[in-house]
Design a protein around this ligand. Structure first.
Ligand code: KG4
Ligand code: ZN
Length: 331
């Protein structure tokens, strides 16, 4: 079964053809990051206009690279939430037009579930369930229990900034540019000392996180309010360590409590090498993490998430609408 996955929820215009939910036949991503960098963050109106320009060429490239035509496809899948409303509208309307024109089933996909399903891509075996998923992106940070395909239960998450948002804000404080995650990771590698230790908000007894205190601590440090300002690389390394430590400890606590078979990382922040390393070091169960390029937004994960729905014969029809505030597994 070949599915075209379309993704436009934030600042990546992406399309991919995936076979049987795991074989990547193509994966085309037009990133707008350099355009938004001059504003220090994603500007929604600019993102929508860019999606409009890039969408058709990106879909054409995805089909070309996969060496298939619309007639070879079995379904069209598109992210319909959560995300920026104007950005989601472009992907959803293009997907609807294609599904209508080529008489293909249309599937609306939850972006956060799609991030989780990136763990099915390029692997021979699906992850063993139940699994504990840590979804950490620019807009969301959730600890979710996955009991079966499409069956998610949210256990907790951030009470303030998403992990990626914290990386982006702290990168701005340190003058490292946008997007902040990769910039902080790169700078942290230059640290010559790991003595600097920043606070961690444990919120014990919960599956929740908070990054606002850490962000304030970084701001004070960068402004020299504690005396001497440490080198930028040391501050970047200490920040990254603090975020990774808290995320991994809280995830492992949930893994033990729920006795899952697998723990999975998902979302843009899952590309972070220190987070990946710490989880692998500390996990008592099998760890699954997509390769970094499949952690950040892409169309392949959308097609992977759609596969199980398509197999069941689920389809949305042309009434599919955007859901900018969609969450995952909320009771
Ligand atoms: O999942 P994603 O591509 O888009 C959203 O759904 O939000 O995540 C983007 C976020 C950004 O905040 C970016 O700074 C962060 O993921 N990110 C990283 C890394 N690569 C991307 N954070 C830490 N380390 C990285 N290597
Ligand atoms: Zn994302």
């Amino acid at each position: 079964m070949k599915i075209l996955g379309i993704e436009t929820s934030c600042d990546e215009t992406a399309a991919s053809v995936v076979e049987d939910g795991r074989h990547l036949l193509s994966n085309v991503i037009a990133s707008q990051a350099s355009l938004h960098a001059q504003y220090g963050g994603v500007v929604p109106e600019v993102a929508s206009r860019q999606h409009l320009e890039a969408m058709v060429p990106v879909v054409e490239a995805a089909l070309r690279e996969a060496e298939c035509s619309f007639g070879d496809l079995d379904a069209i899948a598109v992210t319909h939430g959560p995300g920026l409303a104007g950005a989601l509208l472009i992907g959803v309307n293009v997907a609807k037009a294609l599904a209508f024109s080529y008489s293909l089933p249309l599937l609306g996909i939850n972006h956060l579930e799609a991030h989780v399903y990136a763990n099915w891509l390029e692997e021979d075996d699906p992850p063993e369930l139940p699994a504990l998923c840590l979804i950490v992106s620019g807009g969301h940070s959730d600890i979710v229990l996955m009991e079966g395909n499409g069956r998610f239960r949210r256990l907790g998450g951030t009470r303030d900034d998403a992990a990626g948002e914290a990386f982006d804000k702290v990168a701005r404080i340190l003058g490292l540019g946008f997007p902040g995650g990769p910039a902080i990771e790169k700078e942290a590698k230059n640290a010559t000392s790991t003595q600097l230790r920043l606070p961690r908000a444990w919120l014990r007894g919960t599956n929740d996180f908070s990054f606002s205190g850490l962000k304030t601590a970084m701001l004070r440090l960068a402004r020299g309010e504690n005396g001497v300002t440490p080198p930028i690389a040391e501050m970047a390394a200490a920040f990254q360590e603090s975020v990774a430590d808290v995320l991994v400890e809280k995830t492992i606590a949930a893994v033990r409590k729920h006795r899952v078979a697998t723990v999975m990382l998902a979302g843009g922040v899952a590309a972070n090498s220190r987070l990946r390393e710490l989880l692998r070091e500390r996990s008592p169960v099998t760890v699954r993490i997509p390769r970094p390029a499949l952690c950040t937004d892409n169309g392949a994960m959308v097609a992977a998430a759609a596969f199980y729905k398509a197999e069941d014969g689920t389809a949305n029809g042309l009434a599919l609408d955007i859901e900018p505030g969609l969450g995952i597994g909320r009771s």
